[in-house]
Design a protein around this ligand. Structure first.
Ligand code: ARG
Length: 602
């Protein structure tokens, strides 16, 4: 369902074809404006390129536009703009159409597009930290928007479940377990060491968090031994070889570690309300048996060559501070493959097997060079044909109150779970203050919706590239551009509709009632929902949706302050109820696309 702005743009194009024949295709550039309902400035450029005075061209087009059921008035203004006033009936009819449309005018512009979204992607045997927050939240919002617009999305949780550090971890795990055989040449009975036996407090009653605490401890102990005990280093190296060779006991220990970790990831995803499941996990290990082939293909194609014993890909425009070329190392000197080879295999798999049209990768900006080199290598190898786009979507850091990247006192990355718990605690106070009589269970549920929503919204509303300060007071402010503000705006509308006590139906809208200024502004804003979402999908920038929803809530507040709804005369009342219902519906949809709950009462 095209927006009014799109319909007007089509009219302008047709009128221009008639009045300026031979002008060729052009974008009329229709926008919302302070001076009129819509303004178009595309004729400026077009007139210049056809050698006409823009003012005259605009006047000629304007003269043929006005006076139909869509455009009530059109005047040329300024150096050659068109100022357009829409017919009141067209605005009310648009409200009725949007209200009747379950997609609120969004359509399915992504239909037929297959997008792989690589997001979250934490490391096994490690705690998820604040650095994984943005990837997970932004990735999930993009997935939701693309799917809502009819696209096919293949989520890929590229977890770090492979590599030399697992030799160290497994070796330590096996040596800590009494009776486990530590000799990689003689692995002993299969099904040996598991993470559960490795540390005290073996059972994990439903607790991925406890499990990951054990894994983290395991990691730290292993690391310490690795850094201080050369004999352990040697045994760890052999353990990597055993892992790669598929030794059963080694594999069993590795599997137990991965299973513990993924259980913990699912718990975090559940708490966050993120749509990642176990089925979306395709970690680094999944590409292990393709690495040799991938790298051989690069060598055969002449894309990679041996330099100082390592197989490298070089780039004309990638140089270090000393001017020396910085290569992408696809096979190390010791014959091992690392992160780059794995990403090349994953990319090839995503294009060839998953048949992706678009690849999105969400990591922080520190991996920018890595992905630039991976994409360039893949292009040279022919794995990334032109119609497929590969985009590395980076984001800034989450900062502490001191304006430096958020760290614990000890200088470690802050655990994600801790941050989220703090947000839910603070939200409980905010909700209870507004609503002192809430039963405890309900209070707990809402605190979670508000607290998690606040964290997500603060993250999503910050432009992807920018850093932001993790400040719970600001995130949970009831006014301003926050998740809570939008949740309240939505809940207030729902409460109004409950009080109205009558069903809202598009057929009850009377199109012949003139619109007041605030009504007009609200309708025109709502008209743009579909176009806005298409823009979010194109740019992969969810903060645009946040800004748009915030402006919607403000437009509604302005409307509500100036236009009584329940006390309005019959006719006007139905129209205003419909406008309120539509706003509530779009707020709910918008919050859902951001992965934020929209409770009916708050
Ligand atoms: N595991 C990596 C990390 O924690 C992120 C992986 C991102 N995805 C990828 N295909 N490289 O930094």
């Amino acid at each position: 369902m095209p927006s009014l702005a799109t319909l007007v743009a089509d009219r302008i194009t047709a009128a221009t074809d008639r009045t300026l024949p031979g002008a060729g295709p052009f974008d009329p550039r229709v926008r919302r404006s302070e001076r009129a309902d819509l303004q178009a400035d595309g004729l400026l450029g077009l007139a210049r390129s056809t050698g006409r005075a823009p003012r005259e061209a605009a006047a000629a087009v304007a003269g043929t536009l006005a006076g139909d059921d869509l455009v009530a008035a059109c005047v040329a203004a300024g150096p050659g703009f068109l100022n357009i006033t829409l017919a009141d009936a067209a605005l009310w009819q648009r409200v009725a159409a949007l209200l009747a449309d379950p997609r609120s005018g969004a359509g399915r512009p992504q239909r037929g597009v297959r997008t792989v979204v690589d997001y979250s992607s934490p490391g096994v045997a490690k705690e998820m930290h604040v650095g994984h927050l943005r990837s997970t939240i932004i990735g999930d919002a993009l997935v939701r928007v693309l799917e809502f617009l009819g696209g096919t999305v293949l989520r890929q949780n590229h977890i770090g479940d492979w590599g030399t550090q697992f030799g160290m971890l497994i070796q330590h795990l096996m040596e800590r377990r009494p009776g486990a055989d530590a000799d990689p040449d003689d692995p002993g009975p299969a099904g040996g060491a598991t993470v559960g036996d490795a540390t005290a407090g073996g059972s994990t009653p439903g607790g991925g968090a406890a499990a990951v605490r054990r894994l983290t401890a395991l990691y730290q102990e292993a690391r310490l031994r690795f850094d201080t005990d050369p004999a352990f280093v040697e045994r760890s190296r052999n353990r990597v070889v055993a892992l790669q060779a598929g030794d059963p006991a080694t594999l069993a220990a590795w599997r137990s570690m991965v299973a513990e970790s993924t259980r913990y990831f699912s718990e975090v995803y559940d708490l966050l309300g993120v749509r990642l499941t176990a089925g979306d996990i395709r970690g680094e290990s999944a590409y292990n048996d393709q690495l040799a082939g991938v790298v051989a293909e690069l060598e055969r194609a002449g894309v990679a060559r041996v330099s100082e014993g390592a197989l490298c890909v070089f780039f004309a425009d990638v140089r270090g501070p000393d001017g020396a070329p910085v290569p992408l190392i696809v096979r190390k000197r010791d014959g091992g493959y690392g992160y780059p080879a794995t990403d090349l295999a994953a990319l090839r798999h995503r294009v060839r097997t998953l048949a992706a049209d678009r690849l999105l990768y969400l990591t922080d900006v520190r991996q920018a060079l890595h992905f630039r080199m991976v994409f360039d290598t893949a292009r040279r190898a022919g794995w990334l044909p032109d119609p497929v786009s590969a985009e590395h979507l980076t984001f800034g850091a989450v900062l502490g109150p001191d304006g430096r990247p958020l760290k614990t006192r000890a200088g470690d990355a802050v655990r994600l779970a801790e941050l989220l718990d703090a947000a839910v605690d603070r939200a409980r106070a905010v909700v209870a203050a507004k609503n002192p009589d809430l039963p405890p269970a309900e209070l707990a549920a809402r605190a979670r919706q508000v607290g998690i929503g606040a964290v997500k919204y603060a993250d999503l509303s910050t432009g992807r590239g920018r850093d932001y300060v993790f400040d719970l007071d600001r995130m949970l402010a009831l006014t301003g551009n926050t998740g809570v503000y939008l949740q309240y705006a939505h809940a207030r509308i729902r409460s109004l509709l409950r009080r109205a006590g009558e069903p809202v139906h598009p057929d009850r809208i009377a199109p012949d009632i003139p619109l007041t200024g605030p009504e007009r502004r609200l309708v025109l804003h709502l008209d743009g929902f579909g176009d806005l979402l298409a823009e979010v999908a194109r740019t992969a920038e969810p903060h645009r949706l946040c800004g748009w929803l915030y402006a919607l809530a403000q437009a509604y507040t302005d409307f509500y302050e100036h236009c009584p709804v329940l006390r309005a005369p019959a006719g006007v009342r139905e129209n205003r109820l419909a406008l309120s219902a539509l706003t509530g519906e779009v707020l709910r949809t918008g919050l859902d696309l951001l992965g934020i709950a929209a409770p009916a009462e708050l």
